[in-house]
Design a protein around this ligand. Structure first.
Ligand code: FEO
Length: 169
């Protein structure tokens, strides 16, 4: 059984993951509007991954005889200056999420709650991937600069991203 304080912290993280999903969905729409369907697809797949992250914690709480909550959150941003601006925001956002996950790990370690530690280990590895993929695209967009042809090539490459098994896209 989860302690109340750990359950509260995990419920907050469900909310944060669902908020992340909405951020990526908003980014996907921005790219659709700019005529970049590959970037939009990449963001749409990311949206599905974030929903899965939230549901992973949701199921974990209920499996531990706790009570998963569906909490509200603010609307995500809707506008960005450029594709690079979108991905710089995405990279910064993932760095914040990493700090949240690390904090959850620290709370679970203090109790200690071993099952939550195992779950958070999965999230810690996932965050390494999340930051890596966002940073790579930031770097590629910086290389592309103002070249429309380079951005269109990148658009085609990113459009090949497929949802992971079980993703809700
Ligand atoms: Fe669920 Fe992108 O972290």
């Amino acid at each position: 059984m989860l302690s109340q304080s750990l359950q509260d912290a995990l419920n907050e993280q469900i909310k944060n993951e669902f908020y992340s999903a909405h951020v990526y969905l908003a980014m996907s729409s921005w790219f659709e509007d700019k005529g970049l369907p590959g970037f939009a697809k990449w963001m749409r797949v990311q949206y599905g991954e974030e929903l899965e992250h939230g549901l992973k914690i949701f199921d974990f709480i209920n499996d531990r005889d706790g009570r998963a909550l569906v909490l509200g959150f603010d609307a995500p941003p809707a506008d960005w200056k450029s594709p690079l601006d979108v991905f710089e925001n995405s990279y910064a956002h993932e760095q914040k999420v990493t700090a949240m996950i690390n904090n959850l790990y620290a709370i679970a370690q203090k109790e200690p709650d071993y099952a939550t530690l195992v779950l958070m280990q999965w999230f810690i590895s996932e965050q390494v991937e999340e930051e890596k993929s966002a940073k790579l695209i930031v770097d590629q967009l910086k290389l592309a600069g103002d070249s429309a042809s380079a951005i269109l090539i990148l658009d085609r490459e990113l459009g090949a991203r497929a949802p992971a098994d079980g993703d809700a896209t």
